[in-house]
Design a protein around this ligand. Structure first.
Ligand code: IPE
Ligand code: IPE
Ligand code: MG
Length: 258
């Protein structure tokens, strides 16, 4: 179980333990080349491979990728169906390689809306890689931050029915374990490609103290060097978690003995 950044000041390092990415800009990448949007999504899968590899090399422990939001169902039916096909194919083709590289694979989101085939591929991939001890790769699919908070609230109140009547506020430490990503620490570094500066219903609760990095680069152009640049920028941030700069400096001084 991981500590909550609003309850305790977390231990931090120059390398983010958890990187969460909104992979945006596939459509514009394709449009710039007069290609159909699907060409951008296909090229985006290559950026996923490069990013997973680089995160593992850099010692990142958790990588979370936003692949399909709960609002992406609003897209034209043919684009949704192409995205579903790409997801199914990636599961079929990549999971053995993830497993060989000791990567633990997870999916967060409301998978009930996916086809039985995709649900089966997801369950198999999660089971097959569950004992792996390397990078944990999470794909957020039919995920929405509000859905996550709402489903966690339902689970919390089911387990603590007395909390419904009590005048006491919700116990945040008892609530957070019901969120979909309770197996991971809160993200240290959030990256959004594609130039937009918004969170688009990604990990709303978990981003409370995450460092935000926005880049105009389109997702199909994102590569190992771009990830390194984001990590370098993260390494220069002072994470205060509500404290003053002097307090942060004092806390990071080595303890003097005697
Ligand atoms: C991100 O790229 C992929 C998904 C949301 C599935 P977009 O498809 O949103 O690309 P743009 O934003 O239209 O360029
Ligand atoms: C966010 O991208 C969701 C994913 C990358 C899966 P969108 O392209 O859907 O976000 P908006 O609509 O521009 O906010
Ligand atoms: Mg977009």
């Amino acid at each position: 179980m991981f500590t909550s950044s609003t309850r305790e000041v977390p231990q931090t390092d120059a390398i983010p333990r958890h990187v969460a990415i909104i992979m945006d800009g596939n459509g514009r990448w394709a449009k710039q080349r007069l290609l159909p949007r699907v060409a951008g999504h296909r090229k985006g899968v290559e950026s996923v491979r490069a990013t997973v590899r680089r995160c593992a090399e850099r010692g990142v422990r958790f990588l979370t990728l936003f692949a399909f939001s709960s609002e992406n169902w609003r897209r034209p039916a043919d684009e949704v169906s192409i995205l579903m096909d790409l997801f199914a194919r990636a599961l079929e083709e990549e999971v053995a390689k993830l497993d060989r590289n000791d990567i633990r694979f997870r999916v967060v989101g409301d998978v009930a809306r996916f086809s039985p085939r995709i649900r089966e591929l997801v369950a198999d991939a999660e089971a097959r890689t569950a004992a792996n001890a390397g990078l944990t790769l999470t794909i957020a699919a039919n995920y929405g931050g509000r859905w996550d908070i709402a489903q966690a609230a339902r689970a919390y109140y089911r387990l603590h029915p007395q909390a419904l009547d009590a005048a006491a506020p919700v116990d945040v430490d008892a609530f957070a374990p019901h969120l979909a990503m309770s197996y991971a620490p809160e993200p240290d570094l959030f990256i959004r490609t594609g130039g937009e500066r918004r969170v688009s219903n990604f990990l709303l609760w978990q981003l409370a103290y995450t460092e935000l990095h926005f880049t105009d680069q389109l997702w199909p152009d994102f590569d190992a060097a771009a990830l390194d640049a984001a990590i370098a920028s993260y390494g220069k941030r002072e994470r205060r978690f509500g404290r003053t700069s002097d307090q942060v400096a004092a806390a990071s001084e080595p303890l003097r003995v005697g």
